[in-house]
Write a protein that binds this ligand. Structure first.
Ligand SMILES: Cc1cc2nc3c(=O)[nH]c(=O)nc-3n(C[C@H](O)[C@H](O)[C@H](O)COP(=O)(O)O)c2cc1C
Length: 339
C-alpha cells in the first residue's frame, strides 16, 4: 500500500486529471481487441458486466466515489452494511493504520434499512449497475427482517450477508465463527427472500471450508471471502490500545495471502461462485484471486488510498486478457488448480 491514508487528497486530485485519459492511453487497436474480451460473469444469478465490485464499507453508498469513478463501469456496487435500525457505530478512535493495511472497528455505523431504501436506493437504481446490499444483524430475526424488506423494494440485485456480527442471544459470539450459527443465519435469510444470497465469510476460523459447506447447505447462492482478520494495536506512548473498541478488523495488502489461500481452498471444495477480496489494489492482485477460483473480486481498503482503484483494476484485467490472448475471463477462474 502506498504510505498514508491521508494521501487520499493527493490521489483524488491526480485522479481528476487522469480521468479523461483512459481511452487515449490504450491505443486504437488495443481498444478494439479489449472490446472483444468477454468480462461478463454471473454470480449466484447476478449478471455483472465485469468481475469487479466494491468491498462493503469502503465505498459508502456509491455517490461518494462518483467524482472519481464512472459507477456504470463497475460490475456491481456493494454498499455498506445495513441493519434493521440505524446504528451510530463504535466510539472513536475506530481506525488505525498498520504497516500494510488498516484496522477498523467502525461497528456497522449506518442509517438503517428504511433510510437506505428512501434516501440511497433511488440514486443507485438510476445508475443501472447491479446493487448488492450488505446486511447485518445481532439476531437471526434481524437479518431475516432486513432481507425481507430489501426484497420488496426493487432495484436490489442481491444480498451479501455479513455473518461477522456478534450474536446477542449467544453472549456475543460471532455468527461467522460457528458453522451452526452461520448456517442458521443464512437459512433464515434464504427463507425471507427470493434475491440471490451471498454469504460473506469471516477468516477468523480454523476451518474455512467447513464454514463454506455449512452456508452452502443452508441455501447460499454464492460466497464472499474474506472479511477482516481480528487484530489490535497498542500505542507505546499511552501504553493503551489504540482503538476504543480495543480490537478491530485488519484489511489491506497484509491480508491478501490469507485471502487467496482461503479462496483456493473453498473454490476446490464447494460448488458456488466466489467473490474474492482482501488486499486487492491492482489488476494483478485481482487476477490472483480469479486464478485461485474467484468469479468476482472486490476492491476494499485500496479505495481509501486510490479512489480510482476499481476502474484501474477493470482496465488492467482487460489489458492482461488482450496481451495473453484470453477471450473470456471465465476461462481464468480457478486456472491455478484446474489446468
Ligand atoms: C472501514 C471498513 C468498513 C467495513 N465495513 C464492512 C461492512 O459493513 N460489512 C462487511 O461485510 N464488511 C465490511 N468491511 C470488510 C470489507 O468489505 C472487506 O471484506 C475487507 O476489508 C477485506 O478487503 P480489503 O482488504 O480489500 O479491504 C469493512 C472494511 C473496512 C476497511
Amino acid at each position: 500500500m502506498r504510505p498514508g491514508l491521508n494521501n487520499l487528497v493527493e490521489y483524488t486530485k491526480a485522479a481528476r486529471f487522469e480521468k479523461a485519459g483512459d481511452k487515449e492511453r490504450l491505443g486504437a487497436q488495443s481498444i478494439s481487441e479489449a472490446e472483444r474480451v468477454n468480462l461478463a460473469v454471473t454470480i449466484g444469478g447476478i449478471r455483472m458486466a465485469n468481475p469487479v465490485t466494491t468491498g462493503s464499507g469502503t465505498f459508502g453508498f456509491g455517490p461518494e466515489y462518483a467524482p472519481y469513478v464512472d459507477l456504470k463501469r463497475l460490475g456491481a456496487i456493494t454498499v455498506k452494511g445495513t441493519t434493521l435500525e440505524p446504528r451510530l457505530g463504535n466510539p472513536v478512535p475506530r481506525i488505525v493504520e498498520t504497516p500494510a493495511g488498516m484496522l477498523n472497528a467502525i461497528g456497522l455505523q449506518n442509517p438503517g434499512v428504511e433510510a437506505f431504501v428512501q434516501d440511497h436506493l433511488p440514486y443507485l437504481r438510476e445508475i443501472g449497475t447491479p446493487v448488492i446490499v450488505n446486511i447485518a444483524g445481532n439476531t437471526v430475526e434481524e437479518y431475516a427482517a432486513v432481507a425481507g424488506r430489501l426484497s420488496e423494494v426493487g432495484g436490489v440485485a442481491g444480498l451479501e450477508v455479513n455473518i461477522s456480527c456478534p450474536n446477542v442471544k449467544q453472549g456475543g459470539i460471532q455468527f461467522g465463527t460457528d458453522p451452526v450459527m452461520a448456517a442458521e443465519v443464512i437459512g433464515a435469510v434464504r427463507a425471507s427472500t427470493q434475491l440471490p444470497v451471498i454469504a460473506k465469510l469471516s477468516p477468523n476460523v480454523t476451518d474455512i471450508v467447513a464454514m463454506a459447506e455449512g452456508v452452502a447447505q443452508a441455501g447460499a447462492d454464492a460466497l464472499s471471502l474474506i472479511n477482516t482478520l481480528l487484530g489490535m494495536a497498542i500505542d507505546v506512548q499511552t501504553r493503551k490500545p489504540v482503538l476504543a473498541n480495543i480490537m478491530g478488523g485488519l484489511s489491506g495488502p497484509a491480508i491478501k495471502p490469507v485471502a487467496v489461500r482461503m479462496v483456493w481452498q473453498v473454490a476446490q471444495a464447494v460448488d458456488l461462485p466466489i467473490i474474492g477480496m482482501g488486499g486487492i489494489a491492482t489488476p494483478e492482485d485481482a487476477l490472483e484471486f480469479i486464478l485461485a477460483g474467484a468469479t468476482g473480486v472486490a476492491v476494499g481498503t485500496a479505495n481509501f488510498v486510490n479512489p480510482r482503484a476499481t476502474v484501474e483494476v477493470i482496465e488492467g484485467i482487460t489489458t492482461y486478457c488482450v496481451k495473453n490472448g484470453i477471450k473470456d475471463i471465465n476461462h481464468l477462474i480457478g486456472w491455478a488448480w484446474k489446468r
